[in-house]
Design a binder for this molecule. Structure first.
Ligand code: AKB
Length: 316
């Protein structure tokens, strides 16, 4: 028997966010109606319907949309900040062309809601850093940040001009254990847990005091679903919402880990990613998300450390 048409797509399902979003969506819907796609299948791809898809292959994306006519689309395929600086042209193409194709096709095939992730990378050295305000001066200097800020404006354009219900969050650094993040500046805050358990030592590519906004993955996924569930009238921001949870420096994270693994040591060898971190905010002001659709984080630094170490001990 042919599979039913899928009404929810995750495009870019095998990365840090997609692999967790897939699990959360499976809990809320008939899993046969969820279709996951990525360049290649990850370890957990079998947990949902999966198709190989290059988001830059317009014809293939068009064909998939035409066959399924999904109601909800989560577009998560992207190149992050550090990798983007090494591959500026490819980062721009993936992050921009991928978005515009999906926005166009969503309009054409009547998608009801689109989710697209933005990032704290939209802020730059002259933007307010403590905290980053929802709407203020933004001067991203990385290709990733420029693509995210441009993408936010395209999302608002498609909403204002075409009525497409596209929603977005500016994620801070996301901390998760199921998959490793790929190519970001905040990745140290994931890697450190793996190394703390494997070697009781970590060499950090950011300075000890480099404070950045961060969030545990469960909060990020819950925030995403709450945003997508909210009635359209409550979504007053059509670029992207600041989303906050906690902020810390590598030194503070190391101290928290040392409380749980007393033999843990850390050394600091900042590389090119330090220059990226220096341009990003230390904290974000997320009052608009709280007011408009009730955002409230649940994980602080202590809860994040407990959960990460417990989960990684279980799977290692
Ligand atoms: C990165 O570090 O590039 C990402 C982000 C903050 O968007 N984690």
């Amino acid at each position: 028997m042919a599979s039913p048409a899928a009404h929810t797509f995750i495009l870019g399902s095998e990365g840090q966010l997609g692999s967790e979003l897939r699990l959360a969506l499976r809990e809320r819907m008939d899993p046969s109606l969820l279709l996951c796609t990525d360049l290649k299948a990850g370890a957990d791809a079998g947990l949902a319907r999966f198709e190989t898809l290059d988001i830059l292959d317009f014809k293939a994306v068009e064909d998939l949309m035409e066959r399924h006519k999904p109601r909800h689309v989560y577009l998560l395929a992207a190149m992050l900040s550090a990798k983007g600086e090494a591959n500026p042209g490819a980062a721009w193409k993936l992050n921009m062309d991928g978005l515009i194709s999906v926005l166009d096709l969503s309009l054409r095939f009547g998608v009801e809601r689109v989710f697209w992730p933005s990032s704290i990378a939209v802020f730059g050295p002259e933007s307010p850093r403590d905290p980053a305000v929802q709407a203020g001066y933004m001067d991203p200097k990385t290709v990733y940040g420029i693509s995210k800020l441009s993408g936010e404006l395209w999302c608002r354009y498609y909403h204002n001009v075409h009525g497409l219900d596209v929603r977005s969050l500016r994620y801070p650094g996301i901390i998760s254990w199921r998959t490793l993040p790929g190519g970001g500046t905040t990745d140290y805050a994931v890697d450190i847990f793996h190394q703390a358990l494997a070697r009781q030592h970590y060499t950090c590519f950011l300075e000890e005091g480099s404070r950045l906004p961060m969030m545990y993955i469960d909060d990020a996924i819950r925030g995403t679903l709450e945003l997508m569930d909210a009635p359209a009238a409550q979504i007053r921001c059509r670029t992207s919402y600041n989303l906050g949870a906690m902020d810390f420096s590598p030194g503070e994270l190391a101290a928290e880990i040392r409380q749980r693994i007393p033999s843990f040591t850390i050394q600091y060898e900042p590389d090119f990613r330090q220059a990226i971190a220096n341009q990003w905010p230390m904290r974000v002001d997320d009052r608009q998300a709280r007011q408009d659709w009730g955002w409230s984080p649940r994980f602080d630094l202590a809860a994040t450390c407990d959960t990460m170490l417990e989960a990684l001990r279980r799977v290692q």
